[in-house]
Design a binder for this molecule. Structure first.
Ligand code: COA
Length: 348
């Protein structure tokens, strides 16, 4: 499927699920990172709008792996200002037609081309460094880290939209091929094709509303950070989202977080207040009060980069409805968390 095909399928499903028709959509926003580089396709806003009968005004948002959630954040600004009433947000990425080398080089566009890329680092390399440092600071063991991907894969078994739907025992994670020491194949989110679409409206009634949408940024290069075992943008985005929604972490029942690499899940849980620093693993070694990546997360669902942030919001919405829970949170970041968007959803 091409980018166009992927978007068309996601749009049709979103419209089927929404309480409005295609003609109610007055604005289209597409999140995409690598269209030009991997598909020779730019101008994705207009391309997506051309899939609707009335071709409404459209634009594109790009913020590396956070492109999808930044598209949602942009939609919120248009809705809050009254410039739009019903916005279709699509995240789409097509990655599997290119070689690994081309994809890895494209993804390195999310890092600093002056400070990071010349060293030969790739994203598994960057998160390999982060994992090694975290293990050094907090004493996390390989056996403990295995629990993260094993849990996300187990969660994906029942998710028909997941790329990998097989349970993988924890010990197999630590036996998978080494990618960027100490990260192994099964610590990494895969290369994926995918699209997700949601419709946000101030006009149409829904049982789920967005209670907060916050965006924070940090230095793009990890060489410009005082620490690499905590991501301030994630902390700031979460704190602002909690304040805007009038909530605390303990009010949240469902979390979809950005586990691009297994260590990112632990750091994100700590930065967003679900665990103390160094103790994120406790949500995997004991039965937690909250559902973390109940769909399988990026690890098992796949990580078609710009689709992820939109998909997470759809997935939190579904889990709140099926689990009859009140509050859920989606956290999506770009690069080594240089851009982070946190959304909180409330189910009536
Ligand atoms: N989880 C589970 N299984 C995976 C997997 C994953 N992450 N990645 C690959 N596999 C499976 C494949 O399906 C394949 O199985 P098969 O042999 O039965 O078909 C096998 O493992 C080998 O896959 P392959 O695609 O050859 O692996 P690869 O070595 O080409 O790529 C990575 C593996 C980890 C290097 C690549 O997925 C990657 O670069 N991931 C990170 C992407 C990234 O940086 N994203 C941005 C994050 S910020």
């Amino acid at each position: 499927m091409s980018l166009r095909d992927l978007m068309a399928e996601a749009i049709a499903k979103a419209i089927d699920d929404a309480g409005c028709t295609a003609l109610d959509i007055d604005t289209v926003i597409v999140g995409n990172m690598l269209g030009e580089r991997l598909s020779g396709q730019a101008h994705l806003g207009a391309l997506a709008a051309s899939l609707l009968p009335h071709r409404p005004p459209a634009l594109r948002a790009e913020a590396a792996c956070a492109s999808g959630s930044v598209a949602v954040h942009t939609a919120c600004a248009l809705l809050e200002s009254g410039r739009a009433e019903t916005v279709l947000v699509i995240g789409a990425e097509k990655m599997t037609d290119a070689t690994n080398e081309v994809v890895a080089a494209g993804l390195m566009g999310a890092a600093d081309a002056d400070l990071d890329s010349p060293s030969g680092l790739t994203f598994p390399g960057i998160f390999g460094l982060i994992t090694a440092r975290y293990m050094h600071e907090w004493g996390l063991t390989r056996e403990q880290l295995n629990l993260v991907s094993a849990k996300h894969h187990a969660n994906a078994v029942l998710n028909p939209f997941a790329q990998f739907r097989t349970a993988i025992p924890a010990e197999k994670i630590g036996q998978s091929p080494l990618v960027a020491d100490p990260l192994r194949l099964l610590d990494c989110s895969p290369v994926s094709d995918g699209a997700a679409a949601i419709i946000l409206s101030t006009k149409t009634k829904s049982d789920v509303r967005l209670a907060a949408s916050s965006l924070a940024t940090d230095a793009v290069s990890i060489t410009e950070r005082p620490t690499i075992t905590s991501f301030p943008a994630s902390r700031e985005a979460a704190e602002r989202a909690y304040a805007d929604a009038g909530l605390r972490p303990s009010d949240i029942s469902v979390v979809e977080l950005h586990d691009c690499f297994s260590i990112a899940a632990l750091i994100s849980l700590e930065d967003m207040g679900f665990a103390s620093p160094g103790e994120g693993i406790s949500l995997y070694s004991q039965e937690p009060d909250i559902a973390v990546n109940g769909t399988g997360g990026l690890k098992a669902c796949g990580h078609p980069v710009a689709a992820t942030g939109v998909k997470q919001i759809g997935d939190v919405c579904k889990q709140l409805r099926t689990g009859k829970k009140r509050y859920g949170l989606a956290q999506n970041f770009g690069g080594a968390c240089a851009t982070c968007c946190v959304h909180i959803l409330e189910h009536a």
